[in-house]
Design a binder for this molecule. Structure first.
Ligand code: URA
Length: 245
């Protein structure tokens, strides 16, 4: 299959390198090279081969990842996924230029400001919907620290499929709880309702003091991905998300 071709100025403008006019300036200044040779025509059509980022350099640096980008980020505490919440945004943890990409990078669902762990971001809207769609049943696992000891009845209540959160009319789908010790457990859920884990424990009279997501589908947060760091996902990583847990 031949790769789709796009104009160089459009490709670079959509990756956030500047306006098409600015890209023309870069090309004329000899800042853009393909396979080592200067590309001075900003209107040249370039095939979007997967290895293009290694072959095309801007000011000597490899081109940013092509559209179709999927990232895993170890979200630290204190950063937000939404402009609606106060505080620094997760997008601030990414290279500055990536905030000007079109299509833009979006978080795949959200984690609360005070939740840490595995957060995916992508510019691929179809992939995003495939992951968050309830039909996909992508399970998310959270490690929970509680204020008070587990009573022993929580696992059955969460698994029942009848638990109603305050202010809601539709019960939660079954959630699996694995106790680790008196105040630590893991919960695995397939929905993503607002503050779901915190509200589930509030519904059984407890309080979540720390929350960390360590798994999305079959993809685990890598042990060597530090809080605040991110990694470009491979096709295998994306497949792992859908591979169950
Ligand atoms: N449940 C919560 O309460 N918070 C999150 O960030 C994710 C799930």
């Amino acid at each position: 299959m031949t790769a789709k071709a796009v104009r160089l100025d459009k490709l670079l403008a959509n990756l956030g390198y500047g306006s098409r006019r600015e890209i023309q300036g870069l090309a004329r200044a000899g800042a853009i090279r393909l396979d080592g040779a200067e590309l001075d025509d900003a209107g040249a059509r370039i095939a979007l081969d997967p290895d293009l980022p290694e072959r095309l350099t801007i000011d000597g640096a490899p081109l940013d990842p092509l559209p179709g980008l999927c990232l895993m980020l170890h979200k630290p505490l204190g950063v937000t996924c939404s402009h609606k919440e106060a505080g620094p945004l997760v997008y601030g943890l990414l290279p500055e230029r990536w905030r000007r990409r079109d299509p833009p990078l979006s978080t795949v669902g959200r984690l609360d400001k005070e939740t840490s762990g595995l957060l995916l971001l992508t510019d691929d809207g179809a992939l995003l919907h495939r992951i968050i769609s309830p039909k996909a049943h992508v399970a998310k696992r959270y490690r929970v620290t509680l204020d008070r000891p587990l009573t022993g009845s929580e696992a059955a209540v969460f698994a029942s499929g009848t638990l109603l959160l305050e202010g809601e009319e539709r019960p939660l789908l079954p959630v699996e709880l694995e106790a680790e010790d008196a105040i630590h457990c893991a919960v695995t859920l397939t929905e993503g309702r607002y503050h779901q884990v915190r509200r589930m424990f509030a519904a059984v009279g407890n309080h979540v003091t720390a929350l960390h997501r360590d798994r999305v589908g079959g993809l685990a947060l890598p042990a060597d991905l530090a809080a605040g760091a991110y990694r470009v996902m491979t096709a295998e990583d994306v497949a792992a998300v859908f591979a169950g847990g």
